[in-house]
Design a protein around this ligand. Structure first.
Ligand code: ATP
Length: 214
């Protein structure tokens, strides 16, 4: 087991079984003892209805309750303003120390759009990036800004990963779950969804989240 720390950012609106399965897969493949799920503060333009920051954090905690290697990192929610990944990773790097390998997990769609992120080329100064590809999702084209930047940073041999940050790793995952599909099913009148952890489904019902469209 490495002493590495995984950070999995997302909106988690709501968290689903795909997020949990992915977090566990990353822990297993990278030999991580710990992985934190870090919900992002939602930008104001995001379409409603959405769960509040507090509710999204509560659902994450319920979903991961059975897994000691997973925990909630609520730093971006408590900031209550647009949060930038680079700021969070710098904070976590300071807390974890220079030697701890950090792994920031993001979807392949996010890797393709990485050049729209604040200080994107500095992200690997703080952490390794773990880009998760769903079936059919493509790696950035070599001629794109991200593709050019990736050259020389991609690690294909996980066992040889000695540094605490600086590399980009590709992992493939095949989980069909999507929060958009869950919200849409609940808004259409479903009372539950197979992709929800039961305790999260109960929470959604109790708090009347994602109410049926009228
Ligand atoms: P939404 O449908 O609202 O965009 P989502 O299901 O993609 O939500 P997010 O909270 O945005 O969930 O997910 C956080 C990260 O997890 C994103 O980078 C996303 O690409 C990734 N992710 C979510 N679901 C899966 C899945 N089933 N397989 C692999 N990656 C996933």
């Amino acid at each position: 087991m490495t002493n590495g720390l995984g950070i999995f950012g997302g909106t988690f609106d709501p968290i689903h079984t795909g997020h949990v399965a992915l977090a566990l897969q990353v822990c297993r493949q990278l030999d991580l003892a710990q992985l934190r799920l870090m919900p992002t503060h939602l930008p104001p333009h995001r379409t409603s209805p959405t769960a509040s920051a507090e509710q999204r954090a509560a659902m994450v905690q319920l979903a991961i309750a059975d897994y000691p290697s997973l925990s909630l990192d609520s730093r971006e929610l408590v900031r209550n303003r647009t949060s930038y990944t680079i700021d969070s990773l710098r904070e976590i790097r300071c807390e974890a120390g220079e030697q701890t390998p950090l792994f920031f997990i993001l979807g392949m769609d996010s890797l393709n759009a990485l050049n729209t992120w604040r200080e994107w080329q500095q992200l690997t100064d703080c952490a390794h990036l773990v880009a998760v590809a769903r079936p059919g999702q493509a790696w950035p084209a070599e001629t794109s800004a991200v593709g050019e930047w990736l050259e020389g940073r991609v690690c294909s041999d996980l066992k040889g990963l000695a540094q605490a940050c600086g590399q980009v790793i590709r992992l493939d995952a095949d989980f069909p779950q999507s929060a958009t599909a869950i919200r849409s099913a609940l808004r259409s009148g479903a009372s539950d969804h197979d992709w929800l952890v039961p305790s999260v489904a109960d929470y959604i019902q109790t708090h009347r989240l994602y109410p049926r469209d009228t």
